[in-house]
Design a protein around this ligand. Structure first.
Ligand code: NCD
Length: 316
């Protein structure tokens, strides 16, 4: 079985066996990360550059750690301080970096499609660490690994994704991944935060939490993406919490063993009650962070194997 892609730009082009391949390798890295000597050699001699044009805590830190644990030389470009401020275009920055011969480029950008564009201009493997409201593939993969470990499978589960679906790349990548693996996906949120035409993705849409959460195995909460909103999408945070914030009462509609997820950063008291987020019997939010490092190690390892292989081998 081959991973037939040079880049990891989204979940959309991946086949189910390629998703499983990343998750299976990530399992091995979970074990490595839990040991004392956390070093592998899959990226030895390779150069990884992280370019984050948007703020990030978890994603950037875990990509950095993932690269270091696998032996890469890792450089973080501070995009605020770079020539972008002086008006250099994204493409010029990419070409400049390309001339330094990186092997792996990890990019987060506020514009949907920017990472795909950049991937066409460079020779190395590009990993999308989130582009606008488009895709965030490693987040969906780490969520999938967390679900698979908690539920023992990644198919025929009922998963609710709740809140600001319209502005969320996390939701989009998760909808695609969970759909490919044959799960039932229920989206819950106010109509103002639901993208138009979403039903074409084979999902069910609900406006009411009690109704949508009925008997689900997984409850995935999303942050209100205020930085991507240009008007009044919600009446007030108080009202939003009342209708859509996950509290014990609403969670009681899900299966008794349903897990609670959140990609972070979390707004306690807006989309989720702090007690639920901290409840170690229900919340897998810390596991998601742990799986994030392992999944990024696996994704970079697999792309690096393709870098070393001949083009014919990659396409075989
Ligand atoms: C998400 C993102 O940046 O898209 N965060 C993350 O990567 N952990 C979700 C968010 O910002 O709400």
């Amino acid at each position: 079985m081959r991973f037939s892609h040079k880049h990891l730009l989204g979940i959309e082009p991946l086949a189910p066996h390629e998703i499983t391949m990343i998750l299976d390798l990530a399992e091995r890295y979970v074990d490595l990360n839990r040991g004392h000597a956390k070093h592998g050699d899959a990226l030895t001699g390779l150069t990884q550059i992280n370019m984050f044009f948007e703020n990030s805590t978890r994603t950037q830190a875990s990509f950095e750690l993932a690269g270091m644990r696998l032996g890469a030389d890792v450089m973080n470009m501070s995009m605020q301080a770079s020539s972008i401020k002086k008006g250099e275009t994204l493409i010029d920055t990419a070409l400049t970096l390309n001339a330094m011969h990186p092997d792996l480029l990890v990019v987060r950008h506020p514009h949907s499609g920017a990472v795909d564009l950049l991937a066409q201009k460079v020779n190395c493997a590009v990993l999308n660490a989130g582009d606008g409201r488009h895709e965030h593939p490693t987040q969906a993969l780490l969520d999938a690994l967390t679900i698979r470990r908690a539920k023992g499978r990644l198919h025929r589960l009922s998963v609710a994704i709740c809140g600001d679906i319209a502005h969320s790349r996390v939701a989009r990548s998760n909808i695609l991944l969970l759909g490919k693996m044959e799960n039932r996906v229920k989206l819950i949120g106010p109509p103002t935060l639901m993208p138009s035409g979403i039903a074409e993705f084979g999902v069910e849409v609900y406006q009411d939490m009690a109704e949508g959460l009925q008997d689900v195995d997984v409850v995935m909460m999303l942050r209100l993406q205020k930085e991507r909103m240009d008007g009044g999408f919600i009446p007030s945070e108080r009202e939003y919490y009342h209708r859509y914030g996950l509290d014990a009462q609403k969670l009681a509609h899900a299966k008794p063993d349903a897990i609670v997820m959140h990609p972070g950063p979390m707004n306690r008291g807006v989309e989720i009650d702090g007690t639920i987020a901290d409840d170690i019997n229900r919340s897998v939010i810390q596991e998601q962070v742990e799986m994030g490092v392992a999944v990024r190690m696996a994704a970079m390892d697999i792309l690096a194997r393709n870098l070393r292989a001949t083009p014919q081998e990659v396409m075989a």
